[in-house]
Design a protein around this ligand. Structure first.
Ligand SMILES: [Zn+2]
Length: 496
């Protein structure tokens, strides 16, 4: 018998509706063919899980292309079209038995609210209704009726912060192989909830911990084949934004389980909204002196959440005080970097930086000395998360303004590892205050050098969603007071 072949690939990026900076092709890492398979093998990524699970089962994975970028503004239509065409060309060759897609879910293009659904629709039109097609998505995916109609089984991460990317890919492969071998006939019970989770949504804490435990117990007991609870990316102004509970049964849909989980999620909607301490509380603490640096997550300008990374709210606060220890604060500003590279190392310059795209934070004019600069740099992650990962940076310059080190970069970054600062000549362990552009993933890799606190700041990724210009996505909780009763989604129906 010929070896089972699985077609895998696609695009993974999380978009922010209100970030005006489009994500262009240069922001993507693109891998194709054997290179894509070999670099994914053994890694804790969705594609890695797909490759490992398939190969363990004696199957082969074919990857026409995989596009990956960090969060940001909507992806240019031409980038999506290039990926889609490559996937469709491969699908037309027809030399495979199943399709398994490693996607993020929650991407936008200027013309598409649901590019993942559009990709699945295009592939379905080629492979027909009967070929198994499954997918592995991020827990923060925006799920749509189109995706549910095209995809036989959609598996989402079970953890936030995310640690089970590989196992999610394995679940998607397992379902496809079980279908191929006639062991599985997926039957979906799905419930949509018009609500957002905002800040109290770790899966290792209540209330989500108990919901996931209930789902896991149902799967272990054989009451469901696979269950996912999606907490949508909060900054998508699209129809049907909200939570989804997906429970797949074998032959019969586990309706009661999906409704029980969805009702519990709805009942906990107030508890799923968290609050963060104000910035001043941490600055006061730093002023009193701390043993280790304070590592602050700038909640309002999280590049990890799709923000432009040029917010100046924290920079202003640092410059306004003279009682603070040395600090490092990143600002993405290509023009400022170019000006510094022209002036050269050691020069003193006056520049207006940041605030070009970020809301609630105008540009700031500073005078300082260029203490480090370069046209490129390479970050090596210290870990533990992604230890050893190497990432190339574009142009950068570090401007010392009194005790504040303004880390200027051509492109925005999340600063998930101290290696970013080190790559640009700043030792974060020698600072009293270090700012990152992440909400909680940064805590994993900075715990070794400092005390991590996420602070409440205004901006595009603040959970003060009332400050954002939502129109299409409304009504949803908490912006709207809804009298809602969870009910089962009927497959084939439109927007919930
Ligand atoms: Zn996520």
């Amino acid at each position: 018998m010929a070896k089972t072949r699985i077609l895998a690939g696609g695009i993974a990026q999380e978009s922010h509706s209100f970030n005006p900076v489009p994500t262009d092709r240069s922001r993507f890492s693109i891998r194709t063919g054997r290179d894509a398979v070999e670099t994914a093998r053994g890694t804790n990524s969705v594609l890695g899980g797909i490759v490992d699970a398939a190969e363990e089962a004696g199957a082969e994975v074919v990857v026409p292309t995989i596009f990956r970028a960090q969060s940001g503004g909507p992806v240019k239509d031409a980038v999506f079209a290039e990926m889609r065409d490559q996937m469709c060309d491969a699908a037309r060759r027809g030399d495979f038995d199943a399709v398994v897609l490693p996607l993020h879910g929650g991407m936008l293009t200027p013309s598409l609210e649901d590019p993942e659904g559009a990709l699945m629709t295009a592939l379905r039109a080629i492979v027909g209704p009967d070929l198994p097609m499954t997918a592995g998505f991020d827990l923060h995916a925006h799920v749509t009726p189109e995706i549910l109609a095209r995809c036989d089984l959609l598996a989402g991460y079970h953890t936030n912060p995310h640690g089970d990317q590989g196992p999610t890919g394995r679940r998607a492969v397992r379902a496809a192989l079980d279908m191929l071998q006639g062991r599985l006939r997926p039957a979906l019970a799905a419930v949509h909830l018009p609500m957002l989770t905002l800040g109290n949504d770790r899966t290792d804490e209540e209330p989500l911990r108990s919901l996931h435990a209930l789902a896991r117990a149902a799967v272990e007991a054989g009451a469901a084949y696979d269950v996912s609870i999606f907490n949508a990316q909060q900054f998508l102004d699209v129809r049907g934004l909200g939570q989804w509970v997906l429970a797949y049964g074998n032959g019969a849909a586990p309706d009661a389980l999906a409704l029980e989980l969805a009702q519990a999620l709805w009942d906990e909607r107030h508890a799923l909204i968290g609050t963060y301490p104000p910035l001043d509380e941490s600055l006061d603490r730093a002023a009193r002196g701390t043993e280790r640096p304070l590592i602050l997550g700038d909640q309002g300008d999280r590049v990890a959440g799709g923000s432009p990374g040029d917010g100046t709210y924290v920079l202003r606060a640092l410059l306004a005080r003279d009682d603070l220890p040395p600090s490092a604060v990143p600002i993405a500003d290509a023009a400022a970097v170019q000006a510094c590279l022209r002036a050269g190392l050691g020069a003193t310059v006056t520049l207006t930086v940041g605030g070009r795209y970020s809301t609630a934070s105008p540009p700031v004019t500073v005078t300082g000395e260029i203490v480090s600069c370069g046209a490129s740099a390479e970050v090596t992650y210290a870990g533990p998360a992604d230890a050893g990962t190497r990432i190339g940076l574009g142009g950068y310059a570090v401007l010392r303004v009194g005790r504040v080190h303004v880390v200027l970069t051509e492109h925005p970054y999340s600063y998930l590892d101290p290696g970013y600062f080190r790559a640009m000549g700043v030792d974060p362990a020698a600072m009293g205050i270090v700012i990152t552009r992440s909400g909680y993933h940064f805590t994993l890799n900075y715990a070794a050098i400092g005390d991590c606190v996420t602070v409440d700041t205004p901006g595009m990724t603040s959970y003060r969603v009332q400050d954002l210009p939502f129109t299409v996505a409304r009504p949803f909780f908490p912006l709207d007071d809804l009298d809602h009763r969870p009910r089962l989604h009927v497959r084939g129906s439109g927007v919930p």
